[in-house]
Design a protein around this ligand. Structure first.
Ligand code: SF4
Length: 315
């Protein structure tokens, strides 16, 4: 899996002051499963070290201004941002991780200033805006937001699902393969967006006998949109209850009681999601419920990332 990442997050001493912003979750955790494609439009434009810059909104237009002598650096940064975009576009990316608050890389977090020096608000940095336009469905996050366990879990789930879809698409699939792919993602999609989950089910059913290429394009749009949605404790609880229903004829009274108490304790934020999921996996193995064992929802990414082991990973 290839992920484009702001170079300074990888520990490269490339910031305006010659420093870095090494992010250990990115390099040490995600790095075990991903190859990184670094980018830094500012280093390319102005070298390192360099005077800091800021975004200026004047007469409804966005400019890049030097904090040192107020020089207009817009064209130069646009040019190197286009170069970096073209570089990362040569790669089969599954996501982008940006450095927050940067006038180039900030994702909705780059401050913009007015002519009078006041801060006007926050928006995408120059490079981040280009990436958003070029890749509307690609998983994208900032390292700042990834400190939040809930956003982190959602983003990692999205990355791995995106990668799985790209691999599936590259395998020259048939309609039967699409049905199988959709089946394994059913509960994960339901935990993300119930409405889209149903729409995707209708697409796969192909009642209007659409051409497969059209069908696959419709599925891709719906799938990538659904996985970009955030799960919630309420939606996850519904899915857990649904999964528990698969064992209603097999479980003893005592086993049912244990499973439902785990689900309620998760909903009450007393225990993390991994507990009811482990109980469900255990019963699925004990009663050989192969349909559930194949569900990505139970194992959406490598378990060593342990992102569902924190109570704060649910909201
Ligand atoms: S331009 Fe982006 S990658 Fe380069 S130092 Fe600034 S935040 Fe980091």
């Amino acid at each position: 899996m290839k992920i484009a990442v702001s170079s300074c997050l990888l520990g490269e001493k490339i910031r305006f002051d010659g420093g870095h912003k090494h992010d250990h979750f990115v390099t040490d955790e995600l790095g075990r499963f991903a190859e990184f494609i670094p980018f830094c439009p500012e280093h390319l434009a102005f070298g390192t070290p360099r005077p800091s810059i800021r975004l200026l909104r004047s007469e409804n237009q966005l400019f890049v201004q030097s904090n040192k002598d107020q020089a207009d650096l817009t064209e130069r940064l646009l040019e190197t941002s286009r170069d970096e975009l073209s570089k990362i576009s040569n790669e089969p990316l599954c996501g982008i991780i940006f450095k927050s608050k940067s006038p180039s890389c900030g994702l909705s977090s780059a401050k913009t200033y007015l002519d009078n020096g006041f801060c006007e608000g926050k928006e995408d940095g120059i490079f981040a805006a280009m990436c958003r336009e070029r890749y509307p469905l690609l998983p994208m996050e900032e390292e700042g937001r990834l400190q939040d366990p809930w956003l982190r879990e959602n983003f990692v789930m999205q990355l791995f699902a995106y990668d799985a879809y790209e691999q599936f698409k590259a395998s020259d699939p048939t309609l039967n393969d699409l049905v199988r792919f959709h089946t394994t993602y059913k509960f994960m999609l339901q935990a993300k967006d119930e409405k889209l989950y149903r729409e995707l089910g209708n697409i796969v059913a192909n009642r209007n006998n659409l051409n497969f290429e059209i069908l696959l394009a419709m599925y891709e749009l719906g799938f990538k949109t659904a996985i970009s949605r955030k799960s919630s404790i309420k939606k996850t609880r519904n899915v857990l209850e649904h999964l528990a229903g698969f064992f209603k004829n097999e479980l003893t009274k005592e086993e049912k009681k244990i499973l439902h108490s785990h689900i309620s304790d998760f909903a009450d934020k007393i225990i993390p999601l991994i507990v009811p999921l482990s109980t469900i996996s255990l019963y699925a193995q004990k009663y050989n419920t192969t349909y559930l064992l194949g569900q990505t929802f139970l194992n959406p990414y490598p378990k060593t990332l342990a992102l569902r082991s924190h109570i704060t990973a649910g909201k």
